[in-house]
Design a binder for this molecule. Sequence first.
Ligand code: ADP
Ligand code: MG
Length: 650
Amino acid sequence: ETYTFEEIQKQRQSLPAYQVKDELMRVIAENQIVIVIGETGSGKTTQLTQFLVEQGYTNNSEMGHRKLVACTQPRRVAAMSVAKRVAEEMGVKLGDEVGYTIRFEDKTSPKKTIVKYMTEGILLRELLEDPNLEKYSCVIMDEAHERSLNTDVLLGLFKQLVRRRRDLKLIITSATMNADRFTQFFGNAPQFFISGRTFPVETFYSKIGCMDYVETAVKQVVTIHLANSKSDGDILVFMTGQEDIEATCELIKERLDLLENPPPLDVYPIYSTLPADVQKRIFTRQNAERRKVVVATNIAETSLTVDGIKYVVDCGLVKLKLFNPKLGMDVLQIVPISLANAQQRSGRAGRTAAGMAYRLYTEKAAGTDEMYLQPIPEIQRANLSSVMLLLKSLKVSDVLKFPFLDPPPPDLLYCSLYELWAMGAIDNKGQLTSLGAKMNLFPMEPTLAKLIILSSQQEFACSYDVITIVSMLSVPGVFFRPKERADEADAAREKFLIAESDHLTLLNVYNQWEQRAKIVQSKQNKLNEWCKRNFLQHRSLLRARDVKNQLVAIMKKNGFPVIQARSDVDIRRCICASYFHQSARLVKMGGNNRGQAEYANLRQPYLKMFLHPTSALIGGRDLSPQFVVYDELVLTKKEYIQCATAVEPQ
Ligand code: ADP
Ligand code: MG
């Protein structure tokens, strides 16, 4: 059940932002740059854009064109979900007056859209086409306190842009942490506070460190649920990502099923690759008799507000991209959150009444010995080669002098520049090469962009197939492997495997799916059934098709030939040529199980890694391949190679 339009307007008017609307609009009218600081849930993200529209910032300019209000988000989920909400509040269709743009998905209309939510990455790419952002009258940089890599790059670019475009309003919103840094950076721009009401939150620590945080969180949720009546409020659990969120949700249901008469509990997961309609369910009106538990990534820390939360269960961890100097690349790693994040998470329990936060770590662990005071900005911990390539294209000739809010460590900068140079994207003088300029046409990691470009060249001539592979690498995993049917799923996957190459396996899956689509004449239910039978994620494949179509369009627009490969060999050669810096050599044979075979990175020989158990390079012949190239490394108990192709001796 959803809310009526009138109910939604009532909700709007009760938000703290609404109470200060006039004053806030006056400050924005009088200043080019304003820093807006407010508690989570006060209405910054959903209301500010609408206020600006009401004030006439999107009305016809001299040229007779409407201008747009942009609102950037560090996360794609937030951009989509918030745009949907605002369209609802304004009583318009999503994609008309209010829309969103995220990578490979544009839900805006060139004629109608006046409010555009987008990821920061999209705004950066728009800057490549229009360095003055002429179509916008206002840009809201939302959630700037998150300090994503793109936030920091945008901040530096805006510092210069606001001088060229005196009429452009820049509004930076931030949770209370970090806000002063923005003020200093923009020459003492005024701060505007939206005071929200918050209630006290009582914090409990775990007495001993927990061995298994999923298990411990589940126990805590069940205990809270059984010990308190529903009228008390709902539960929010912080986990690190899709895997532990799904495990937690399943385990909660399992545990409750074991009990005689448990009160009903609705379990909702939320993470970035979850389909939008499933995500939306957490906001629908629920049965008053049932409690809900939302299991989320740190997206629920500040970007999404779920109302009615009284209990927070915090695992104390977050999954971050960290540049690993040993590997020379980013690795997803689960690390302790900072104290500022811990506080934000606990605070989610006190929005509507006094609440309780259960931290699954000890009070000692929450000391400064084990946790940072503030999170480390991404620009100081992630690979910068994408960003450097972009800055070079924006004609920022000396990236070392770029106005960074916090400069990246020099080693990280040099390392990223070196990578670009080794790839041939910049020359000896640090200037963008023609290859580098072409790479920027593709909105993806430099390695994948280069893979596409190489594949369109005469020597490899396999761009049609490579585009499919890249599309499959850009969507959430296509193989579906439910725990209780793992054997069946593995058997289904085996049928798709192409010897010695996960890349070609992905290509094979896509091609078979596409062929099936032809046979059933794209009847979605039939196609979906086929996917279920083969343990494939239908949604991921649909998305891959979308991405593929867009990549083909980019190729055509820029005059790259789209060619079908004559043989798999050409595709394998092209993959090897593009991933040369992500290559490894076999150093220790595994026994019967090739999964245990040990590899060493070719550039960093002391770096050891293992084939992932689901890889197509496991099984088959007795001998593991001597050399492999790989797309990614994941760090769990071991460093695992994700998506690899064996290098065949020529
Ligand atoms: P802030 O940006 O200051 O954290 P928001 O503008 O995101 O605040 O949220 C304001 C209010 O709107 C919150 O009470 C939140 O619950 C509600 N809200 C936000 N998104 C949605 C949605 N998709 N559906 C229903 N309510 C929403
Ligand atoms: Mg917000």
